[in-house]
Design a protein around this ligand. Structure first.
Ligand code: OGA
Ligand code: MN
Length: 302
């Protein structure tokens, strides 16, 4: 049974109830209406829960773009996503995540998260966190939701490594690139996958540590991921490839994973440092999926 731990709150504040998921990460926040202004005590309780649980779910929310952006900004500065063809036309802080067509172009990024990844790990300064708000969720004929998102705790995955493996990977670095993700989509036969020369130039490969520490909690986590890490550096090629595969497979073992079944009105915030996520693409038009995402700026991984 999941337990509960409550945030603080005096008169006139909303007192969030934090209900941890029965999983290695994540919690639902109850009793908070994001359409209203949150006072500092309420926000502090949310931020504390976020740092502790890495993924937070707010259900049954009804927020417009300005509210989504304003709530996101309380956590820190926002990124304008490098894939600028998918930005909201009036709110560039919002990336549209959707399979919906707008005439003959995609209204949003339709192939986000096809591989395990963490947002903007291909940038020199990756994202701290992302807030994804579900406006339309696809369903099957029986009414069950499609397009689930899986989250894994790469901190729990790190903790579960043997002492020898921790020693082996400490100090290693790896290369990450958006081009790697693109190449995988092409290799897997995505007919619409594109990466313009301009986007390629804006995202040259970057180098990060294989293991990073969380700037707030200090917790270590495995940072390499299947979608965006091209290679581990400083080892013979075969060994580097096998190690990358082994670490990616380890990170996504079922005991570290939470599967989110979306409902319209869900707002999910995740910490991009101790987690990875994967989108399940088990739906297609006319089943519509339409979401808004904001992206928090991060710091150079340490
Ligand atoms: C993202 C992402 C997954 C999904 O928005 O960063 O990876 O299920 N989305 O839409
Ligand atoms: Mn993502």
């Amino acid at each position: 049974m999941p337990g509960t731990d409550s945030g603080t709150g005096g008169a006139g504040t909303m007192t969030p109830e934090i209900v941890p998921f029965d999983a290695a990460l994540g919690a639902e926040v109850r009793g908070v209406d994001l359409a209203r202004d949150l006072d500092d005590a309420t926000f502090a309780a949310i931020e504390r829960a976020w740092n502790g649980h890495s993924v937070l779910l707010f259900r049954d929310q009804s927020i417009d773009e300005a509210r989504h952006v304003a709530f996101s900004r309380r956590f820190g500065d926002l990124e304008i996503h490098v894939l600028d063809q998918y930005l909201h036309p009036r709110h560039p802080e919002i990336l549209i995540v959707s399979n919906v067509m707008d005439g003959d172009r995609h209204a949003g990024i339709y192939d986000a998260g096809r591989y395990w990844h963490t947002d903007l790990s291909y940038m020199a300064v990756p994202s701290r966190g992302s807030l994804l708000y579900a406006i339309e969720v696809p369903h099957d004929a029986a009414g069950d939701p499609l397009g689930d998102t899986l989250f894994t705790s790469t901190a729990a995955a790190y903790d579960a490594l043997s002492t020898d493996m921790k020693r082996r990977i400490s100090g290693l670095k790896a290369e990450f690139s958006l081009a790697n993700r693109h190449a995988r989509l092409v290799a897997d036969g995505d007919p619409d996958a594109t990466l313009s020369d301009a986007h390629r130039e804006k995202t040259p490969p970057v180098i990060h540590k294989v293991v990073r520490s969380h700037p707030i909690t200090g917790r270590r986590s495995i940072y390499v991921n299947e979608g965006q890490t091209s290679r581990i550096l400083g080892l013979p090629e075969d060994e580097a490839r096998d190690l990358l595969q082994a670490l990616c497979a380890h990170c996504t073992r079922p005991e570290f994973v939470y599967r989110h079944r979306w409902r319209a009105g869900d707002l999910l915030i995740w910490d991009n440092i101790p987690t990875q996520h994967l989108a399940i693409c088990d739906y297609a038009l006319p089943q519509r999926r339409y979401m808004h995402r904001t992206t928090l700026r991060g710091t150079v991984p340490q």
